[in-house]
Design a protein around this ligand. Structure first.
Ligand code: FAD
Ligand code: PHB
Length: 389
């Protein structure tokens, strides 16, 4: 088989790239290790920046998002019983859209199927070969049968545990990592959200987040220790802990119900540099991870896709390789800013095991500064709605 771009990984990065390339007549083959149902069963991000919503429109997959997504013009931050709002629209002129990653992925799968684009599931043993030459190829197996695709370029969109990053030799790769001493226990429940905007909460018992997918689907998170098992958390224990961490008025108003999904995600900051090796380009979680505080994971994956798509488009339309040559540099410049914001917002809102009384006073002082300073709110809002591409 031969194609122009092999895309390893059929998560949101890989699917979005394939659809954008398809719109410009550039052929790609997407190789996904799991089944479609497995990918759609993963409950992940929920907040989309303007850059991502614009890309989805450009890819022709935004109709349902435009109909069913919820514009959010601000967010609430609480500490104990204190709560304040940061108004995104007033500070930046922009907003974010609440629309689940699952729905984005579903819309992208449908578009790929409509366009009869190659998207292969249950693909095993993907090996990226000769990425540093002018004639790369990828080998893989499906149901025990070996296959080979020759291509011009390879996009490594296979997430944190994929094979693409590991294909770049150690001698050319630098990795930067911070592992946080806690995780997030997340619950999805068919209950009305406690508030129509997100509430990022901190309290002596730790962090909590009240988020949502729609008017009868809520997503809540609480900070937990990394070694816990979600199965050991009953729904009642989860709701009781959440109520302890949000202001009393919201705790009283909270509608609880059975969880339909419950899982623990560890928190990590991670970046690999460079994001390109020869004809292999890393996109999204394959190259970087942020803690979910601030909802930057999926959105940063989208900015990578934007830079790579434009670079490949320039190459195929004009033969000029400036865009693809600058890919790693441009993508990383924005990635590091998203890393900084997610790290800062995580540090502001979580309880750390080794935190001193002084550290806690610093968090409160910073929250009070954020509450009272329009300049600090503007900086937060600018990052939350998404820095320009
Ligand atoms: P992924 O979504 O990881 O997709 C990669 C795909 O590649 C997967 O489908 C995988 O099966 C496939 N793959 C892996 N290895 C191979 C291989 N060898 N061959 C072929 N295919 C392969 N972000 C937020 O903004 N908010 C959140 O609340 C949030 N929650 C998260 C919870 C969890 C548990 C995780 C892991 C991430 C979360 N994120 C969140 C981050 C966000 O979901 C990711 O940034 C986003 O999914 C990145 O998309 P991606 O396509 O780059 O990677
Ligand atoms: C979510 O709705 O899953 C969500 C929202 C905001 C975050 C993280 C997760 O910062």
């Amino acid at each position: 088989m031969k194609t122009q771009v092999v895309i390893v990984g059929g998560g949101p990065s890989g699917l979005l790239l394939s659809q954008l390339l398809h719109m410009r007549g550039i052929d790609s083959v997407v190789l996904e290790r799991r089944t479609k149902d497995y990918v759609l069963g993963r409950i992940r991000a929920g907040v989309l920046e303007r850059g991502l919503t614009d890309l989805l429109r450009e890819a022709g997959v935004a109709d349902r998002m435009d109909r069913e997504g919820f514009p959010h013009h601000g967010t609430l931050i609480s500490y104990g019983d204190e709560m304040f709002r940061i108004n995104f629209s007033e500070h930046t002129g922009h907003m974010v859209t609440v629309y689940g990653q699952t729905e984005v992925t579903r819309d992208l799968y449908e578009a790929r199927e409509r366009s009869c684009g190659a998207l292969l599931f249950n693909v095993d043993h993907v090996v990226i070969q000769d990425a540093d030459s002018d004639a790369p190829h990828v080998t893989y197996e499906i149901a025990g049968v070996s296959h080979r695709i020759d291509c011009d370029f390879i996009a490594g969109c296979d997430g944190f545990h994929g094979v693409s990053r590991a294909t770049i030799p150690y001698r050319v790769r630098s990795e930067y990592e911070k592992v946080y001493p806690f995780g997030w226990l997340g619950v999805l429940s068919e209950t009305p959200p406690v508030n129509d905007e997100l509430i990022y909460a901190t309290s002596p018992a730790g962090f909590a987040l009240c988020s949502m997918r729609n008017s009868n689907l809520s997503r809540y998170y609480i900070q937990c220790s990394v070694d816990e098992d979600a199965a050991n958390w009953s729904d009642d224990a989860f709701w009781a802990e959440l109520k302890r961490r949000i202001p009393a008025a919201q705790a009283d108003a909270l509608v609880t119900g059975p969880s339909i999904e419950k899982s623990i995600a560890p928190l990590r900051s991670f970046v690999t540099e460079p994001m390109q090796w020869g004809r292999l380009f890393l996109c999204g979680d394959a190259a970087h991870i942020v803690p979910p505080t601030g909802a930057k994971g999926l959105n940063t994956a989208a900015s990578d896709v934007h830079y790579l798509y434009h670079g490949l488009r320039q190459f195929y339309e004009t033969g000029i390789s400036d865009g693809i040559d600058a890919y790693s540099h441009k993508a990383l410049a924005r990635v590091w800013k998203a890393e900084r914001f997610s790290w800062w917002f995580s540090s502001l809102l979580h309880r750390y095991p080794d935190q001193t009384a002084f550290d806690i006073k610093m968090q409160i002082a910073e929250l009070e500064f954020l509450r009272s300073s329009p300049a600090a709110q503007k900086a937060m809002a600018e990052n939350y709605v998404g820095l320009p591409y």
